[in-house]
Design a binder for this molecule. Structure first.
Ligand SMILES: Nc1ccn([C@@H]2O[C@H](COP(=O)(O)OP(=O)(O)OP(=O)(O)O)[C@@H](O)[C@H]2O)c(=O)n1
Ligand SMILES: C[C@](O)(CO)[C@H](O)COP(=O)(O)O
Length: 232
């Protein structure tokens, strides 16, 4: 059973508010997206990488990221959609004929550069034994459900986990779940939700707080600190 990486990186980075798309912001001189892809390039588990990018950024990504950093496992750069879910579906469709039904797909945000090879390995193992596997960390804060500015519930913290990526699945399982969601016009905020709504179990794999999604400017400050710690 082969393992493929599917990297959605076709967002606009609106919350970052930078002058360039956030996946190209530099961390110690290297674009965030290149750092993310390098983890999959290095992992002996991963046989090929599909990257999803806004259509008009594909030449830039090919030259400035894939070629520049020698990312030879990148098999295809696929145009993205309006939402993350549509970008992932485009990637899954592009994998048809390459990934076999039982091959594992690791879906990982292009802007989570601190994922480790150990997480890739544990997520892959869990996906081979379950319908799906979600890398997540326990919530550290008390979480409130709020409607119209008023708290309506305080779910018990020990039941709350923060979803990260990779989210790992057998190709036929996640492709079917995405196609069903697309046909039913259901939009979720991660891939696991698309299995959950079909009543299929998704196993938690304990992640790492450092595997953060770089979303807003303060995340860059944390990312620089995480990188320094890694380089020590
Ligand atoms: N249409 C989209 C939207 C998001 N993504 C990717 O999904 C990951 C997680 O999304 P997020 O951090 O929310 O990125 P953006 O959508 O770029 O951010 P924003 O919502 O601030 O614009 C990122 O790697 C992003 O590039 C994608 O491939 N296609
Ligand atoms: C998939 C994800 O990374 C899980 O945290 C996240 O949901 C994607 O980011 P978005 O901000 O919801 O687009």
């Amino acid at each position: 059973m082969a393992v493929f990486a599917l990297i959605p990186a076709a967002g606009m980075g609106k919350r970052m508010g930078a002058s360039i798309n956030k996946q190209y912001l530099l961390l110690d001189g290297v674009p965030i997206l290149a750092r993310t892809l390098e983890v999959f390039q290095r992992s002996p588990l991963v046989g090929g990488i599909f990257v999803v990018i806004p259509q008009d950024e594909i030449p830039f990504c090919r030259e400035q990221v894939v070629e520049q950093y020698g990312l030879s496992k990148v098999r295809s750069i696929v145009p993205g959609g309006a939402e993350r879910q549509q970008s992932v579906l485009n990637g899954l469709r592009a994998m048809e004929g390459v990934a076999a039904d039982d091959d594992v797909v690791l879906i990982h945000d292009g802007v989570r550069p601190f994922v480790s090879e150990d997480i890739l390995s544990r997520a892959t193992a869990a996906a081979r034994e379950n319908d799906g596997a979600l890398v997540a960390v326990p919530a550290k804060d008390t979480v409130k459900v709020v409607e119209n500015g008023v708290i309506t519930a305080t779910p018990p913290r020990e039941t709350l986990w923060l979803a990260q990526t990779p989210q790992a699945f057998r190709y036929c399982v996640i492709r079917a779940a995405h196609e069903i969601a697309d046909a039913e016009r259901f939009l979720g905020t991660d891939d696991s939700m698309l299995l959950e709504r079909l009543g299929r179990p998704v196993r938690i794999v304990v992640g790492d707080y450092r595997n953060a999604k770089i979303t807003t400017p303060e995340d860059m400050v944390l990312a620089e600190a995480f990188l320094k710690e890694k380089q020590q």
